[in-house]
Design a protein around this ligand. Structure first.
Ligand SMILES: NC(=O)c1ccc[n+]([C@@H]2O[C@H](COP(=O)([O-])OP(=O)(O)OC[C@H]3O[C@@H](n4cnc5c(N)ncnc54)[C@H](OP(=O)(O)O)[C@@H]3O)[C@@H](O)[C@H]2O)c1
Length: 216
């Protein structure tokens, strides 16, 4: 698969490197040509501009701080860039759990980006830090990491599911893009727990226990 990556930071490095190792063709696109070139050289892949990345792929990973997304997409679309062409690209936003206006209103970042661009957005890879995606494979005692996916386009979802499997993870479709805001909020919640020293797994008894509690 051809994968354009918009951004040259930690997520671009972690995911792009793994996809390159899995045999995909990756183009790293950044505002810094040096950083894009460094990633490309290290992984044996290509480097280019943000616009090059938006137009390169069968899939596009959007790996920018959320605050930068609107400006970058507007710049790409304002002069004919493919990232903003309705239906032209699949954008896979990743974000940290700051809660700007779209969140407070319940829309979510992924839905906002889809509405703004017409792209077949799939929400993915947001709930764990880049260190996990760099693991070979991303697996723990419980097994391979499951990657929740939200999206409305079946073909785009399947394409992202392939990319999840190629990391050694398990795709976990959890609904349409209207549910992506829950995923974003869950990530914020999880990070809060981890950073305050709590294990989120302690919140999650087995399904049998919550559906048929022992009243003994
Ligand atoms: N890292 C994680 O563990 C993690 C986990 C889950 C989700 N996420 C989310 O994934 C996204 C990327 O995170 P990251 O850790 O990869 O971030 P990062 O290491 O800070 O990299 C951000 C990238 O965005 C570029 N950028 C920033 N502002 C820009 C602008 N105005 N125009 C063009 N490019 C701009 C940066 O370019 P320069 O290098 O030129 O500054 C850099 O290439 C974020 O939304 C984050 O919340 C991250």
């Amino acid at each position: 698969m051809r994968i354009g990556i918009i951004g040259t930071g930690n997520m671009a490095d972690a995911l792009g490197g793994r996809w390159a190792a899995a045999g995909h063709r990756v183009l790293f696109g950044g505002r810094s040509p040096e950083r894009a070139r460094a990633l490309a050289d290290r992984t044996g892949q290509s480097a280019g501009t943000l616009r090059d990345a938006a137009g390169f792929g069968d899939a596009v990973l959007l790996a920018l701080p959320y605050d930068a997304v609107a400006g970058v997409l507007a710049a790409l679309g304002a002069d004919g860039g493919s990232a903003a062409r309705p239906g032209a690209r699949r954008l896979h936003p990743c974000r940290r759990p700051r809660l700007p206006a779209h969140h407070r209103h319940g829309t979510g970042a992924a839905r906002t980006i889809a509405d703004a661009t017409g792209a077949r957005v799939v929400k993915a890879f947001n709930h764990l830090p880049d260190a996990v995606w760099r693991r070979l494979p991303p697996a723990f005692a419980e097994g391979p990491v499951a990657v929740p996916l939200c999206g409305d386009d079946p073909a785009a979802l399947e394409r992202v599911a392939t990319l999840v499997r190629d990391l050694g993870c398990v795709p976990l479709p959890v609904g349409g893009l209207d549910r992506a805001a829950y995923l974003e909020a869950t990530t914020a919640f999880l990070i809060g727990l981890w950073h305050s020293g709590h294990d989120p797994r302690s919140l999650l008894p087995p399904f049998e226990a919550v559906t048929a509690p022992d009243r003994g």
